[in-house]
Design a protein around this ligand. Structure first.
Ligand code: S3P
Length: 436
């Protein structure tokens, strides 16, 4: 599938983006391991979260889908999972694989985690190392790549782990393994990362402590079923925050978006570049802050992105690089080497596409320098990365010529219906399916 975009235009109107991907994964995992029935609303029916749902069904959990983001999970308790008959295929989802590695390390049965070509090229040593320190046994392919073969029946010991990189997936993996470990499991992170695991565990009645930099929990407790209302994903909203900011005449209201402080780097960075973004109707839904976000076109200027914002905007850089390309002057990003191990090497992938559009940029080991300019048009490779595809789709609003974004199938991993929603707001996007 390819996106064909006519150049220019603006976006206007109101929309609600699909549910948060991080919370959707966690709602299935914790719902499955809880005692009792949990009802999830606003669930992201994207391929990533559905792969997690299918994995828990394959371990004997009764999960009902009632359509329109409503899912009912009949939890089996922390010790109620059954051995899966086959390897669990998590598709494109790093979150699914890394968090489940933690949970599966504590089960009495063996399991295998696998995924698509992108996921099978991503590093898993970062979760294998702490899990083995806890007593797990995990075999991987060369270089710590999936598939992961996790041995069951190991007794896990609580550990303290100093995370070597700012990663919510690694933090969550260790904490979830800690549910099965003897004693206390604790982590410290080099910089704050998304804290949905901690918040949701508390929502399920599990005590998670935060003392200064140290986050900890005690193994051997129970999770009690609860209802979860998943807000819209700020990572999906980000494409429209940038789209409206760069396209003259734009005015958009995005309803019911999660604005957890560990996720709002994109808003902070865009505002520092001069964006006109306001949060309305701020409220708390199920332990997570939520708001309606109003964004209007404003002239942007380049900035040096503060490094403390990097983990808070880690998934939004493809969209932010488009903002930088449309800004006056130079934008510099450093301290973002983690972008190289996402669904693609996002620094290299974005640099290639920006160069195709005629934007001057310099790739750094841990970031990029982008000089704002005039966007041309052309064919863009996505490296099968959903966020690269959506970033270059919105770039068309400021392009001089048509943009053809190749290989857009992966958009459905995080944002099913992106093209229809974007078209409804005014983006001139058509979808072409390759001939069979
Ligand atoms: C996620 C954490 C981040 C993020 C990913 C979702 C999560 O990954 O990029 O899309 O749900 O915990 P890292 O932990 O690798 O930074």
């Amino acid at each position: 599938m390819e996106f064909r975009l006519s150049p220019g235009g603006s976006i206007n109107g109101e929309a609600r983006v699909p549910g948060d991907k991080s919370m959707s994964h966690r709602s299935i995992m914790l719902g499955a391991l809880a005692e009792g029935t949990s009802r999830v609303t606003g669930f992201l029916e994207g391929e990533d979260a559905l792969a997690t749902l299918a994995a828990f069904r394959a371990m004997g959990v009764d999960i009902q889908r009632h359509g329109a983001g409503e899912v009912v999970v009949n939890g089996v308790g922390l010790h109620g999972l059954k051995a899966p008959a086959q390897p669990l295929d998590l598709g494109n989802a790093g979150t699914g694989m890394r968090l489940m590695a933690g949970l599966l390390a504590g089960q009495p049965f063996d399991s295998t985690l696998t995924g698509d070509a992108s996921l099978c090229s991503r590093p898993m040593g970062r979760v294998i190392t702490p899990l083995e320190l806890m007593g797990a046994h995990i075999e991987s392919s060369e270089g710590g790549r999936p598939p992961l073969h996790i041995s069951g029946g190991r007794r896990l010991q609580g550990i303290h782990y100093d995370l070597p990189m700012a990663s919510a997936q690694v933090k969550s993996c260790v904490l979830l393994a800690g549910l099965y470990a003897e004693g206390r499991t604790s982590v410290t992170e080099p910089a704050p990362t998304r804290d949905h695991t901690e918040r949701m565990l508390r929502g399920f009645g599990y005590e998670v402590l935060r003392e200064g930099e140290v986050i900890s929990l005690e193994g051997g407790g129970t999770l009690k079923a609860c209802n979860i209302d998943v807000p819209g994903d700020i990572s999906s909203a980000a494409f429209f925050l940038v789209a409206a900011s760069i396209a003259p005449g734009s005015d958009v209201l995005l309803n019911h978006v999660g604005i957890n402080p560990t996720r709002v780097g994109v808003i902070n960075i865009l505002q520092a570049m001069g964006a006109d973004i306001t949060l309305k109707n701020q409220r708390e839904v199920g332990g997570e802050p939520v708001a309606d976000i109003h964004v209007r076109h404003a002239p942007l200027h380049g900035i040096e992105i503060p490094e403390d914002q990097v983990p808070l905007a880690i998934d939004e850089f493809p969209a932010l690089f488009i903002a930088a390309a449309c800004a006056e002057g130079r934008t510099v990003l450093r301290g973002a080497e983690e972008l190289r191990v996402k669904e693609s090497d996002r620094i290299a992938a974005m640099a290639e596409g920006l160069t195709t559009l005629g934007i001057t940029n310099e790739v750094l080991e841990d970031g990029i320098v982008i000089d704002g300019g005039t966007l041309g048009g052309g064919k863009i490779r996505t490296f099968m990365d959903h966020r690269i595809a959506m970033a270059f789709a919105i770039a068309a609003l400021r392009a001089q010529e048509e943009i053809l974004v190749l290989d857009c199938d992966h958009v459905a991993t995080s944002f099913p219906g992106f093209d229809a929603l974007a078209r409804g707001l005014g983006l001139q996007i058509t979808v072409q399916r390759e001939e069979a």
